[in-house]
Design a protein around this ligand. Structure first.
Ligand code: CUA
Length: 311
C-alpha cells in the first residue's frame, strides 16, 4: 500500500468496469481538449489579419457539418450504452447473493451476516461471492464507501438502500463514511477483509453461534402478534418477498424490502387489494435492527406451509 497510486486498488468485479469507463472518458476528453487547443492556435496564426483587404466569406460545407455532428453523436451514444451497462450491473444484485445487513449510526457501522454473526466497523466477506448489502441508518445520513470496490451508497434514515459487490482479490481495504454526519464523522471508518471461502466459513463459526436475523425475526413475528392475523386471514407472508402485489388503488407493486418496511411502519398507506386497512402501525415501536430481522424472516418464508410450522 506504499507509494503514490493514481487509483485505489481494484478488488471487486465492478472496479475494473468503472475504471475502464472512467479512463475512456478521460482519454476522449483529453484528446478533444488537445485537438481544439491546437486548432485554435493553428487557425489564429493561419487566418491572422495580413492586409486591409477583408477575407473572402466562408460558405458552408455539408460534409464537414455532417462529420462534426455525426461523430460526436456516435461517441456520446457509445458512452451512454457503456455507462448504462455498468449502471445496470451495479444496481442489479445476482439472486444468489449473500444478504448482509448494515446499519449506520453516529458513529459506527453495525454489520450482521445471514448466519447471525455481528461485527462493528469491519466487514468480512468471502472472495468470488456476490454480497448484497441492505443498508439503513438509525439517525442521520451516512455513506457507505469502499473505494477499492468502487461502491458508494448513502444510508438514509427512513428507507433501505441496496448495493452489491463481488470481491475478487484477497486483502484488507478501507471502509469509510462519506457523508458528514457529526463531530465524529472522521472516526466512522473501518476495514473490509476479503478472505477465501474456507477462511470465511472458519471465521463465521469462530465465535459462539448467534441468532440469525431470520430467527430473531420469527420470534418478533410472534411477540408483536403479527402471526395472529398473518398466519390465517391477512395477506399471506409466504412467498411474498419479490412477488408482485396488486394494491387497493390498482397499482402493481413489487414486494421488496422498502415495500415491506412501509407496510410495517405505515401499514395503511398502501393496502393489498381486497383487504381492509386495519393493520396497526409499528412506527416508533421497533428499531431499524428489528425491522431488518422481521423482513429477513418474511424473506425466509418460501413455501406456504412454513408459516404454520413456526407456530
Ligand atoms: Cu457517518 Cu459520516
Amino acid at each position: 500500500m506504499n507509494g503514490f497510486r493514481l487509483f485505489p486498488e481494484r478488488a471487486s468485479t465492478v472496479s475494473h468496469q468503472t475504471d475502464a469507463l472512467y479512463l475512456f472518458l478521460c482519454t476522449v476528453s483529453a484528446f478533444f481538449s488537445v485537438l481544439i487547443f491546437v486548432l485554435i492556435v493553428y487557425f489564429a496564426v493561419k487566418y491572422r489579419r495580413r492586409s486591409a483587404v477583408p477575407p473572402a466569406p466562408v460558405h458552408t460545407d455539408l460534409r464537414l457539418e455532417l462529420a462534426w455532428t455525426i461523430i460526436p453523436l456516435l461517441i456520446v451514444l457509445f458512452i451512454f450504452f457503456w455507462g448504462a451497462r455498468v449502471f445496470f450491473y451495479i444496481y442489479r444484485p445476482p439472486s444468489d447473493s449473500l444478504d448482509v445487513h448494515v446499519i449506520g449510526k453516529q458513529w459506527m457501522w453495525k454489520i450482521q451476516h445471514p448466519s447471525g454473526r455481528r461485527e462493528i466497523n469491519e466487514l468480512h466477506v468471502p472472495i468470488g461471492q456476490p454480497v448484497r448489502l441492505l443498508i439503513a441508518s438509525q439517525d442521520v445520513i451516512h455513506g457507505f464507501y469502499i473505494p477499492a470496490f468502487r461502491i458508494k451508497q448513502d444510508a438514509i434514515p427512513g428507507r433501505f438502500a441496496v448495493i452489491w459487490f463481488q470481491a475478487d482479490k484477497v486483502g484488507e481495504y478501507h471502509l469509510f463514511c462519506h457523508e458528514y454526519c457529526g463531530t465524529q464523522h472522521s472516526k466512522m471508518i473501518g476495514r473490509v477483509v476479503v478472505m477465501d471461502q474456507q477462511k470465511y466459513q472458519d471465521w463465521l463459526t469462530g465465535t459462539p453461534a448467534e441468532e440469525s436475523p431470520a430467527e430473531a425475526g420469527a420470534k418478533l413475528f410472534r411477540s408483536l402478534k403479527c402471526i395472529e392475523c398473518h398466519a390465517e386471514k391477512a395477506p399471506s407472508m409466504a412467498g411474498l418477498y419479490g412477488s408482485k402485489q396488486r394494491m387497493a388503488d390498482g397499482a402493481i407493486i413489487e414486494a421488496d424490502e422498502n415495500y415491506l418496511r412501509e407496510s410495517i411502519l405505515d401499514s395503511t398507506t398502501r393496502v393489498v387489494a381486497g383487504y381492509a386497512p386495519i393493520m396497526p402501525s409499528f412506527r416508533g415501536q421497533i428499531s431499524e435492527e428489528q425491522l431488518m430481522e422481521l423482513i429477513a424472516y418474511i424473506k425466509s418464508l418460501r413455501d406456504p406451509a412454513s408459516l404454520k410450522k413456526t407456530d
